[in-house]
Ligand binder design. Structure first.
Ligand SMILES: [Zn+2]
Length: 292
């Protein structure tokens, strides 16, 4: 048995059923994200599940762009977000979670809603929203697919503050098996076995060993694993774009008081500093003014 060290995602196919699958394991990328913040253990685990799920869902994107999972709640974590792009760069944050101490998801994400956004670089953004069922991310994503897709999709997720892992199964259009009855039976079979997965197996085993345990009697085809890494999409240009949406009077106040506008990226903590001359393109910023 080999224990997985890598941050990677791997696809597989059932040879004798119309079902595809994917697994993900995060280690260093997850720890790098956690190291930038001070989250309580419960929040760290939740963020790990969100990161793992974002990779599983983004790995099937058919275009350049990103997938964003965003939970808003009345619980201890007002906003939790994870993003993964088509190159499998991930980032995530639990905003406003400094005081969150709860250990269970229900308290952390009480009365929550989950938004799943597909954001292509070219073309239209698409967003679907579901309630956070019992504050379980996997169950909520399952519900999202139940209401939006004809083909079954199920996820299993785990995270322990050090590693995160997940497994996804998805029905494919009929090819191998044409009759509805046997398609349903195969899907049931694959899901029932996946549901026996232990958290530690999701976190520690590489895909080959994990699938060997779950499906030792089913022929599977495994594809090459793809590396996943922590990558922030922030830039000086994007930050300037965000400043352009603010009230110019507010920016003037900050310039008057501080001499420059400082913006920290909440995901990676990169710092962007703009003096008055840097803001020349923004509407309503007076270039003739001298600093106090
Ligand atoms: Zn950043």
């Amino acid at each position: 048995m080999s224990r997985s060290q890598a941050d990677e995602s791997q696809r597989f196919l059932f040879e004798e059923a119309d079902i595809r699958g994917e697994s993900v394991r995060l280690g260093a990328a997850y720890r790098e994200i956690l190291a930038l913040h001070q989250y309580a253990p419960g929040v760290s685990r939740l963020l790990g599940e969100f990161l793992a799920a974002s990779v599983l869902l983004a790995n099937n994107l058919k275009f350049e762009g990103r997938l964003i999972l965003q939970a808003r709640s009345a619980g201890q974590v007002p906003l939790l977000m994870a993003e993964c792009d088509h190159t499998l760069g991930v980032r995530g944050i639990a905003r406003g979670a400094q005081e969150a101490t709860a250990d269970d998801n229900i308290q952390l994400l009480a009365d929550g809603q989950l938004a799943i956004t597909i954001d292509p670089e070219q073309g239209q953004r698409y967003q679907g929203i579901v309630p956070l069922e019992g504050a379980s991310l996997a169950a909520s994503i399952d519900a999202y697919f139940e209401q939006s897709e004809q083909l079954g999709t199920r996820l299993w997720l785990a995270a322990d503050g050090d590693r995160a892992g997940g497994l996804l199964l998805q029905q494919l259009p009929a090819q191998v098996e044409k009759t509805a009855g046997s398609r349903a039976q195969q899907w049931q079979h694959a899901c029932t076995l996946a549901a026996t997965v232990a958290e530690d197996e999701l976190l520690a085993l590489d895909t080959r060993d994990l699938l060997g345990r779950l499906y030792h009697e089913d022929p599977l085809r495994l594809f090459e694993p793809s590396p996943v890494r922590f990558a922030c999409t922030c830039s000086r240009e994007r930050t300037l774009g965000a400043l352009a949406t603010l009230n110019p009077a507010e920016i003037e106040d900050i310039l008057g008081e501080m001499g420059a506008v400082t913006m920290d990226c909440e995901f990676c903590q990169a710092r962007y500093v703009f003096g008055r001359e840097d803001l020349a393109e923004l509407p309503g910023i007076d270039q003739s003014k001298t600093l106090h």
